[in-house]
Design a protein around this ligand. Structure first.
Ligand code: GDP
Ligand code: MG
Length: 604
């Protein structure tokens, strides 16, 4: 590798909304560059995870090296695949940092979507060269011209910069490859400087230990050389050095500008942090600018359906967190639910994907509680704590004020649904920031921006947005900070005993409603006892809702024929006494059944 060779490298990713055809375009590129032969091609080649295939979405990014010849010059094209969903925006940042350019792919039947706008903004902010492409032009109802105009209006591209393609027929693919070579700058890097590389992904291999996906910035690294990691101060040696083309190939040394894989031999994935810089031992260099580590924002309890499989669940979470730094978990005890884990996720889709992977890859059935957010509680002694569960909610007398995470929502929707969307958002405690027509007039599309509490966003918001807009609304959200909230601990009492596992942290304005729903659900599901059971919802000392489950009535009077009322009453009285005695002796403590628990924890 020479400094001249670096000039022939292009590192790029593809930015597209889900289903706009990114994986299919990648397939065509793999074919066009003869990286994968037609015979071995399967659709969405890069989405190798079974779950990704089935859902047709990309979760983990993958980097693949292709060779492309143009005007007799051979170029190395490194395609870094990125996921399209907002929950994985962390992975998107990671791949963008490793590139100099990106293809912006827009489905000609759908137009520009909100999430795409957010990602393109990010790409511009990293200084990437963006190539706009209108895709799926083969479809009979494709709005090719409108979509091009939409791209021009939304991002400020020139009309003549826009390319057109079909991942289905292969039309336009060669033009895209040609354009990549022409307009995306080669990586900058200095071969003579000491080796430095940015880690943008990691995975685990039984034999080779942690595999780091790296973008080399300066110098080069050969197999067996000694390496070190800045953040964790861990040392190791490069057991293997190579590239994915598309399967692993030994390729050593890996030099400035290149993208590849480095096997570290390390058994503990925490030693190899995404965003960290890897360099050689004994040579001093400055670390590269990494990026912020993701912070889980949505929490929910995961419990094994069969409580004897708690340890299996722990093993599954351990394994999954190996290549997903954003997944957090800690043991939690949930009363009748048994033992499980309180898990932290980047968003609801992330939570759903993890749950499904546990069920599939570990053959373990799990159930989940309603998602919650972490409240920031500032105490009167000046300390602030994060609290996502009612059991740890501080005593109100010790609380100074409470804040909750809020997000900024961007919604694109055809204008006829605008009123309904605004209504829904105001029910969800949102404030509107912006309300504009975008793109050309024929599309009649409105861009709405709101600030909304994350707690409202993570319940049924997305489903309701989709249903009121007949599926047309597109949504992007970003956590922007914390805002003060009047939140309370909503305690649930069963037979005068507070049950923490059923209690919640709730916005005061919705606590009454929520309390009623929970009490009603308990009344419907708890079995009758021999004595009446009081169900109460309380805030502090004040009962805000109550119901009673009547006592089971044994048919003590059945054996009496005829109408001897006094005798009948006597029998009933005796039964009552018995029940009172039972209750006093504490023998009749109410068992909260699993069924009742599940009904309550699902209330959002
Ligand atoms: P991704 O979510 O962006 O990776 O999108 P995929 O590549 O998985 O494509 C989503 C769906 O659109 C799949 O059913 C593809 O077969 C289809 N598709 C992708 N590109 C084209 C295209 O150019 N034309 C047509 N007609 N369908 C396409
Ligand atoms: Mg895909």
């Amino acid at each position: 590798m020479t400094s001249q060779d670096i000039l022939n490298i292009r590192n790029f990713s593809i930015i597209a909304h889900i289903d706009h055809g990114k994986s299919t375009l990648a397939d065509r590129m793999l074919e066009c560059t003869h990286t994968v032969s037609k015979r071995l091609m399967v659709n969405q080649f890069l989405d190798s995870m079974e779950l990704e295939r089935e859902r047709g979405i990309t979760i983990k990014l993958k980097a693949v090296k292709m060779t492309y010849v143009s005007n007799d010059i051979s170029y190395i094209l490194n395609l870094i695949d990125t996921p399209g969903h907002v929950d994985f925006s962390y992975e998107v940042s990671r791949s963008l940092v490793a590139c100099e350019g990106a293809i912006l792919l827009v489905d000609a039947t759908q137009g520009v979507q909100a999430q795409t706008v957010a990602v393109v903004d990010k790409a511009f902010s990293y200084g990437l060269k963006v190539i706009p492409v209108v895709n799926k032009i083969d479809l009979p109802y494709a709005m090719v011209e409108q979509t091009a105009l939409d791209i021009v209006k939304t991002f400020g591209f020139k009309q003549n910069e826009i390319l057109f393609s079909s991942g289905k027929s292969g039309e336009g693919i060669d033009k895209i490859l040609q354009k990549i070579v022409e307009v995306i700058p080669p990586p900058q890097g200095d071969l003579k400087k000491p080796f430095r590389a940015l880690i943008f992904d990691s995975s685990f291999d039984e034999h080779l230990g942690v595999l780091a996906s790296v973008r080399v910035v300066d110098g080069s690294l050969a197999v067996n050389e000694k390496i070190k990691f800045f953040k964790t101060n861990q040392s190791s040696s490069a057991l293997k050095v190579g590239v994915m083309a598309p399967n692993f190939c030994d390729y050593s040394p890996l030099s400035a500008g290149e993208v590849g894989i480095l096997a570290t031999g390390l058994k503990d994935i925490k030693q190899v942090r995404v965003g960290d810089t890897v360099s050689k031992q004994g040579i001093s260099t400055e670390p590269l600018l990494g990026y912020n580590e993701p912070k889980p924002v949505v929490f929910l309890g995961l419990y094994p359906l069969n409580s004897s499989r708690f340890l299996d669940l722990r093993k599954a979470l351990e394994r999954l967190s190996l290549n997903d730094a954003s997944l957090s978990y800690e043991p939690e005890s949930g009363g009748a639910l048994g033992h499980g884990f309180k898990c932290g996720f980047l968003g609801l889709l992330h939570a759903e994907i993890i749950q499904e992977r546990i069920e599939r890859e570990f053959n373990l059935e799990v159930v989940s509680t309603t998602p919650t957010v972490a409240y920031k509680v500032s105490l009167t002694d000046g300390v602030a704590i994060f609290c996502s569960s009612a059991s740890f909610f501080p005593d109100p007398s010790k609380i100074d004020f409470i804040e909750e995470p809020v997000c900024e929502l961007t919604i694109y929707v055809p204008s006829q649904y605008m009123g309904k969307v605004i209504d829904l958002c105001s029910q969800k405690r949102a404030t509107i920031l912006e309300n504009n027509f975008v793109g050309n007039v024929e599309l009649q599309r409105v861009k709405l921006k709101f600030i909304m509490p994350l707690a409202e966003m993570i319940t049924d918001f997305y489903d309701r947005l989709k249903s009121i807009s007949s599926g047309y609304a597109s949504l992007d959200y970003e956590i922007v900070g914390y805002a003060k909230v009047d939140a309370v601990k909503l305690s649930i009492l069963v037979a005068e005993t507070a049950v923490d596992a059923l209690s919640r942290i709730a916005y005061r304005g919705k606590a009454l409603d929520l309390g009623r729903q929970i009490i009603t659900a308990l009344k419907e599901t708890l079995p009758k006892e021999q004595f009446p059971v009081a169900l109460q919802a309380a805030i502090g000392g004040a009962i805000i809702a109550r119901e009673t489950i009547p006592a089971m009535r044994k048919t003590v009077t059945q054996k009496l024929y005829g109408g001897d009322v006094t005798r009948k009453n006597k029998l009933l009285d005796r039964q009552k006494e018995g029940k009172a005695r039972l209750k006093q002796m504490g023998l009749g403590r109410v068992q909260i059944t699993k069924k009742a628990f599940w009904k309550v924890v699902k209330i959002g």
